[in-house]
Write a protein that binds this ligand. Structure first.
Ligand code: AMP
Ligand code: TRP
Length: 342
């Protein structure tokens, strides 16, 4: 009989795939984040064959000393955004990483099987070195903490963007190193799901939408700020009646990232035909759609931000379940290492 390669005793729910992903609370969220990360996680939470754990990874946000106060500042905004936009908490969890003390404990065990050379080859660490920054030990250890997020919850599938594929390879390496070191499969090896969502363009019509470029469209800012931002979107100089190419039009690309199928089809047709539909009209339609999708939920979002206790209460059943899973995995790991007195 061949040896099992995955642990026999896992915490999985029969008939459900445990999908785990992480979001760093390091800034207010924008339409690019919604398109690339928030909407896919919300959609996954509505699939009954999934058990989604969405982790707000505040510890991961602390690795830059000069920005160490940011995760504490933005956590409520991130949690409120997922809830406001419809993440289903039925059978799924939104959890705050720093509420789960088993994660750093298991990270320690992983660090004891990981070679320093592996971490030295990590892209984020190498980038920090080559740009002359002084990387903190937190940044150096970042991949271990991330691997621990994954194994602490016996995650089966981990959807991430392309930029995270090295971190997932490292997580698999660490699982194998640990299982080999203790002589049996104790940690569950997850499957990466590398998402190929293209990056959404910013209002400059040139670079990806990013808060650090100042070319972003926020989700829940006051309406007048959203209007101002959308009016800034760069377009070419085609006139009111000229046919326009939706593929190269940033107004259309941004609409496509969150709009309804009808709104998208309407703008696409009007741009292509041209007649009587200029970029001013397109921007007005984009503002209206933004208001319908996000503006109509601004009050709920602000309600959560102003009532953090209610936010915490909504997440509590998920935190309770997550703590149970983490405690079970921790015990499995400690038993494998023969730690403890009894
Ligand atoms: P960041 O704020 O850059 O750490 O982004 C958090 C997540 O949001 C990333 O992992 C991406 O999935 C997503 N994201 C950020 N900016 C964009 C963008 N311009 N287009 C699509 N997805 C984005
Ligand atoms: N490193 C990821 C990022 O920057 C965030 C993250 C932390 C994560 N822990 C995770 C993603 C666990 C997936 C699973 O986007």
């Amino acid at each position: 009989m061949s040896e099992p390669t995955q642990p026999v005793h896992t915490t999985h729910t029969v008939g459900r795939t445990r999908v785990l992903t992480g979001a760093k609370p390091t800034s207010d969220l924008h339409v690019g984040n919604y398109f690339g990360a928030i909407r896919p996680a919300i959609e996954a939470s509505h699939n009954p064959s999934n058990e989604v754990i969405l982790m707000c990874v505040d510890w991961h946000g602390l690795t830059d000393r000069s920005k160490i106060l940011e995760p504490g500042k933005y956590t409520a905004a991130v949690l409120a955004t997922y809830l406001t936009m419809g993440f289903s908490l039925e059978n799924n969890m939104i959890i705050l990483q720093s509420e789960i003390p088993e994660i750093p404990e298991i990270a320690w065990y992983l660090s004891c099987v990981s070679a320093v050379g592996l971490l030295e080859r990590a892209h984020a660490y190498k980038d920090a070195l080559s740009s002359g920054k002084e990387p903190t030990a937190g940044l150096f250890n970042y991949p271990i903490l991330m691997a621990s997020d994954i194994v602490t919850f016996d995650a089966q599938v981990v959807p991430v963007g392309k930029d995270q594929s090295q971190h997932l390879e490292y997580a698999s390496d660490m699982v194998r190193l640990f299982n080999n070191a203790v002589g049996r499969p104790v940690l569950f090896e997850p499957k990466p799901l590398i998402q190929s969502t293209p990056l959404l363009i910013g209002v400059d019509g040139e670079r990806k939408m990013s808060k650090s470029y100042g070319n972003h469209v926020p989700l829940f800012a006051p309406k007048k700020d959203i209007e101002k931002r959308i009016k800034e979107i760069k377009t070419d100089s085609k006139g009111l009646d000229d046919p326009k190419d939706p593929e190269t039009c940033a107004v259309f690309q941004i609409l496509k990232s969150f709009g309804s199928a009808e709104a998208i089809e309407y703008m696409e047709q009007r741009l292509r035909t041209g007649t009587g539909y200029g970029y001013g009209h397109a921007k007005k339609d984009l503002i209206d759609e933004h208001e319908r999708v996000f503006g109509s939920k601004r009050e709920l979002y602000e309600h959560y931000i102003n009532n953090p206790r209610e936010l915490a209460q909504k997440l509590e059943p998920g935190h309770t379940r997550a703590r149970q899973i983490a405690a079970t995995v921790r015990q499995r790991v400690r038993d494998a290492l023969n730690l403890g007195i009894l």
